[in-house]
Design a protein around this ligand. Structure first.
Ligand SMILES: [Zn+2]
Length: 357
């Protein structure tokens, strides 16, 4: 193996290996090499470059892009809910994790006294829901397009902000900084994490969520969203390493406690070691090439949206016990159909605290 097959891991600085070359992700004319670091079990791509046009396209067309359409739906539906945070925690396990973590951080404190920031607030619904629940939180996003959307939808609680730039002239401002499904999109992730750390007060904490590589067998090539949207696939060890470098205490929220945690399902090894084709392709300028799925990879979940289930979930979506039973039924059906299930939920939530000082 030649020297060029190795590259320094930006997380733990040991030698990481190129495990696959010239893979295309969302952009038809761009290819990426997939790198894996054995030491910290982190995968990333080279070049580590996002595509701004692609983000603009996705945010402007959120309702038709699979994976992002649910965010758009949450943003549109949440204002009709009497208890927005309770409703949101029932939609996805990550929001339940955030809410429970915040409850324990704010125990014995006045929620209003905690200064909080959500980075990558997107369409703005989580910041809105937490504000409704009495938290003092500001939503920021690098995209002016989504900030404008969030302000129009939920009011003046959002700002366009580049965190790395902002941190150059600010420090120790926030007790809690939340960023859900953000770090896997960021090229210079260590610089970003140091910037966030600088913005935390002395005993402050970050609450972060990201897809969990540790849920899959180690040989799995890339089972997270395609590049250049996701540039990284982090494991729990990756996050421990980042915490160590930043001199922060790392804890994981147990996502398996969430009744609607999502687990990956597969039938054969090819699913783990091959890359599926993205459902959409884009030109370099961020223009979408096709609205139809081009090929059908083996599904992450078997098709469980039967008409009956849709009707049941419509009627009973507000009852936790019914959702829990639906989860159990799904598990039984997977067993019968011969699917293997990931050992942990596909999403992880980590709490990085500055309380070493
Ligand atoms: Zn590493």
């Amino acid at each position: 193996m030649s020297k060029t097959d190795f590259i320094e891991c930006p997380i733990c600085f040991s030698q990481a290996k190129i495990v696959s070359r010239d893979q295309t992700g969302y952009i038809e004319s761009c290819t990426y090499d997939i790198i894996h670091c054995d030491k910290c079990d982190t995968s990333f791509v080279i070049p580590l470059e996002p595509n701004d046009d692609l983000y603009n396209f996705i945010y402007q067309n959120g309702e038709i892009i699979s994976g992002y359409d649910r965010y758009y739906r949450y943003a549109n539906k949440i204002k009709d809910e009497k208890n927005p945070i309770r409703w949101l925690t029932r939609q996805e396990e990550g929001y339940l994790g955030v809410f429970n973590t915040l409850k324990s951080i704010s125990k014995n404190k006045n929620k209003k006294d905690l200064h909080m920031l959500e980075i990558g607030s997107g369409y703005g619904y989580l910041t809105y829901a937490l504000n409704c629940a009495g938290y003092n939180i500001l939503g920021v996003d690098i995209s002016q397009t989504v900030v404008d959307y969030a302000i129009a939808q939920f009011g003046n609680n959002y700002q366009q902000m580049d965190i790395i730039e902002f941190s150059k002239s600010a420090s120790e401002m926030y007790d809690v900084i939340i960023f859900m499904e953000v770090i896997e999109h960021i090229p210079n992730v260590m610089e970003f994490m140091s910037a966030v750390r600088k913005l935390l007060k002395k005993n402050g904490s970050m609450i972060i969520s990201t897809p969990n590589k540790s849920a899959f067998p180690k040989e799995t090539l890339w089972h997270t969203d395609w590049f250049p949207l996701h540039l990284w696939w982090f494991s729990e060890e990756s996050i421990r390493r980042i915490g160590k470098t930043l001199n922060m205490n790392v804890n994981f929220y147990d996502m398996s406690k969430c009744f609607n945690a999502s687990y990956a399902l597969w039938k054969n090894q090819d699913y783990l070691t091959n890359l599926a084709t993205p459902p959409y392709k884009f030109t370099l300028g961020g223009e979408k090439l096709s609205l139809q799925k081009q090929s059908e990879p083996e599904p992450l979940r078997p098709n469980t949206r039967s008409l009956l289930r849709r009707i049941i979930s419509k009627i009973f979506e507000k009852l936790d016990t019914i959702q829990m039973m639906a989860g159990i039924m799904r598990l039984i059906r997977c067993k019968i159909q011969g699917y293997k299930r990931s050992s942990k939920p596909c999403c992880m939530m980590a709490i990085l605290s500055k309380n070493f000082e």
